[in-house]
Design a protein around this ligand. Sequence first.
Ligand SMILES: Cc1ncc(COP(=O)(O)O)c(C=O)c1O
Length: 397
Amino acid sequence: MNNNTPKTYRADDICPRPDKPVSQTTQPMAPAIYPTSVWMCNDTHQAEQLLAGELDGYVYQRVGHPNADAFGEKVAQLHGAERVAVTSSGMASLSLAVLSHLAPGDQVVVSNQLYGQSLMLLTQELVRLGIQSTLVDTCDLAATRAAMTEATKMLVVETIGNPRLHVADIASLAEIAHQGNARLLVDNTFATPVLCRPLTLGADLVLESVSKMMNGHSDVMLGVLCGRASDFARVPAVLSAWGLSSSPFDAWLAARGLTTMHLRVERACETALQVAQLLQQSSKVEQVDYPGLAEHPRHALANCQFGNRYGSIVTFRLAGGRTAADAFIAATDRIPFCPSLGEATTTLSHPESTSHRGLTPEQRETLGISGGTIRLSIGLESSEYVLDALGDKLAGI
Ligand SMILES: Cc1ncc(COP(=O)(O)O)c(C=O)c1O
């Protein structure tokens, strides 16, 4: 046989071999996706150094991967954070924050206006780990101060509360947390970094459900936790050990979504203000919550904290209660009933039957959530289209 003839292998010796990286003289505009679950090491020495964190590099996807790092780097710049951890969901970011910073015997002071699952995690799940929680209306600074004890290690609020859209006074809450020995953790999902950068106002940790407006295309489940390097000492180990890390494909999609976030948020904010004003004029609506309305109790704070934008969520209460809400939801398919938010499409949700169904009727009443409460998430259609679709819906009840 001629020595130059390429050696032939059997298919089962070829197919399982790793592909060789493509060598390239030019760089692609679009980033690559690295779905690999594991990376090849040169030798035992290198493997040990990588796994000990003494050498920068990737070994195993659960510990870290380039798509999370690329996305996280941009988020760090947006939030002015020294460190960002990219997680499998917004809830995973909350889990990461509490598992990294709390221990049995600690207490958390929790805003009573949080997303229902966050409330469940902080008030019910943490008890099983020996961590107590106290619910408080964090708009009431005196009550918040009074709820803090020596055992309080964390104060948890949302920048814009769910679903009544109360705005947290982040600088004052940070001061209250720091007077004790606590960190302020802010869920910034409803605001996004376009409206608010809580770290610059004194917060210690910020989380975002990237599944919402930051990605904005209803096709990603992801979260981020942002903070200072000194608050991130335990974060990488907790992320990996509890298996909270992200998928490369979702991180890649989220990085793509992020390229238009500023435009999407600005557009949705403009339409949301017009929607709130329209709803105020309807005889079928008895209450409209939107921080952009002069009547909103936190309007002045929203103005200075967010720079005259007020977010893409509008909550309102129909006078006819649950019956009216059911009729409203059924009236047209131009605004789909979709129990999430931050989509490109304008959607609506019904807190009593979805996000806040885990609360008792008394708890819902305290928060001002009734069967007639509807939460709108304004999308990217023209404002004329959204106002018209809403007008149709209101006419249909
Ligand atoms: C304000 C807020 N925070 C956190 C979450 C949880 O995010 P994820 O669904 O990405 O886990 C949600 C989900 O709806 C939310 O609305």
